[in-house]
Design a binder for this molecule. Structure first.
Ligand SMILES: *Cc1c(COP(=O)(O)O)cnc(C)c1O
Length: 399
């Protein structure tokens, strides 16, 4: 078979409900083509209700939300900020926008997120002046990530953060709809970040949000995101502002998307279940899954680990390339920040977990708009490549 005969199956593509256009039409009808308007207010309110957070500010991207979040926590030049290494670069880049020093921490096996033990080791190293070229200092913030929708180990992370008095900014960009002990990701820390980029579980084409218990922090975020303009007739500025507010047009897309968020979460979880049942039967392949019932992942992306020592030599790249030939998009998991050329000179605390997840990890097509046929197609093809199971048995696991 050549690739042209099979339509492309994407890793994760936008999935509209149909109602988005009504909110966008409203924005046009009333000429709210601006970074303010009723869609923004409605989107913020719905996000607040959905996540049970006190206050939400809609912004132009998750990256902008991380930048403003760190700024509002007081992160300055040469401050240490602890974040997990196994993540997308946008978790770390805003630390550098502010001149801060990212301190990268390894993952734990159970969640693939920030390892609490290594995190505390990093904090102690900062306090004791063991970061080369820097004076002893308490880290200014901790940025845990809920990778692929999997909640981080928040009990331990929050306990350690409180013990040292360090504020937490959660990167929940991938985890809208995920909960830990029934509480939404992004609502544990002093602030939390969401993303509505095109590949995320819901999208505004591009967008983000900052969440907090503190009305003042979110008010400050809104102010800074609209050029820090004072409330007077002329243009008066007491501080440096940013152009980071969400557009009212795009917030309209968000309003339509939020109406179906629960369905999107259920659909992604169903995709995950199909993979989980399928891979149960394969030696050497394990799936990224909740380690106990306190974790509830939106399973934004389903990811597997392939151990070539136990699959008869089949490794991550072999499988990825075979899938690519068949026009099925699969991607290696995020490359850890401590392995990135741009971050090679920053400290890392760890023991090889993130490295191993990167070398063995593959993200599989996980979109909420994947048809049952497409999922069957993927499993059937995986079955051919891995070559161990019967088609009849496969059908049973796919449904
Ligand atoms: C997508 C993402 C971001 C950035 O969000 P944007 O809206 O694309 O700026 C940050 N962190 C993680 C973990 C992400 O996946």
């Amino acid at each position: 078979m050549n690739r042209n005969t099979h339509p492309k199956i994407w890793l994760s593509s936008p999935h509209m409900s149909g109602n988005e256009i009504k909110y966008v039409d409203d924005a046009f009808a009333n000429n709210w083509i601006a970074p303010l308007g009723p869609n923004i207010n409605a989107f913020e309110k719905s996000l607040q209700d959905y996540t049970n957070s006190s206050h939400v500010g809609a912004l132009s991207s998750g990256t902008a939300a991380l930048h403003l979040g760190l700024l509002l926590l007081g992160v300055k030049s040469d401050d240490f900020v602890i974040t997990q290494s196994l993540t997308f670069a946008a978790s770390a880049n805003p630390i550098r926008y502010l001149g801060g020093i990212p301190i990268f921490v390894d993952s734990e096996w159970s969640t693939w997120n920030m390892c609490p033990y290594q995190m505390e080791k990093a904090i102690i190293a900062c306090i004791q002046g063991r970061i080369k070229g820097h004076k002893a200092k308490l880290p200014a913030a901790i940025v845990p990530v809920h990778l692929f929708g999997m909640p981080a180990n928040m009990d331990e992370i929050m306990t350690i953060a409180a013990k040292y008095g360090i504020p937490v900014l959660e990167d929940a960009a991938e985890a809208l709809g995920s909960t830990y002990r029934g509480k939404h990701c992004g609502t544990f820390g002093k602030m939390g970040v969401l993303s509505f980029n095109g590949n995320k579980i819901i999208t505004t084409s591009g967008g983000g949000a900052l969440m907090s218990e503190s009305a003042e922090l979110i008010q400050r975020a809104r102010h800074l995101s609209t050029q820090a303009r004072e409330d007077v007739p002329h243009f008066e500025h007491l501080e440096i502002g940013y152009n980071y507010r969400m557009s009212n047009v795009l917030a309209g897309i968000g309003c339509g998307q939020l109406e179906v968020l629960d369905q999107r979460v259920m659909a992604r979880r169903r995709v995950f279940e199909s993979y989980k049942n399928f891979f149960n039967n394969f030696e050497g392949i394990s799936i990224h899954q909740e380690s106990s019932s306190v974790y509830y992942s939106n399973h934004w992306l389903s990811a597997i680990l392939i151990d070539p020592m136990r699959t008869g030599g089949i490794d991550r790249e072999f499988l990825r390339l075979r899938l690519a030939e068949r026009n099925i998009e699969a991607r290696p998991v995020w490359k850890p920040m401590h392995q990135q050329p741009v971050y090679k000179d920053y400290p890392f605390f760890g023991s090889g977990v993130a490295d191993e997840i990167f070398s063995k990890g593959l993200c599989l097509p996980s979109g909420s708009n994947l048809s049952m046929e497409s999922i069957y197609d993927i499993l059937d093809f995986l079955n051919q490549v891995l070559g161990q199971k019967t088609k009849a048995k496969l059908l049973a696991t796919a449904c």
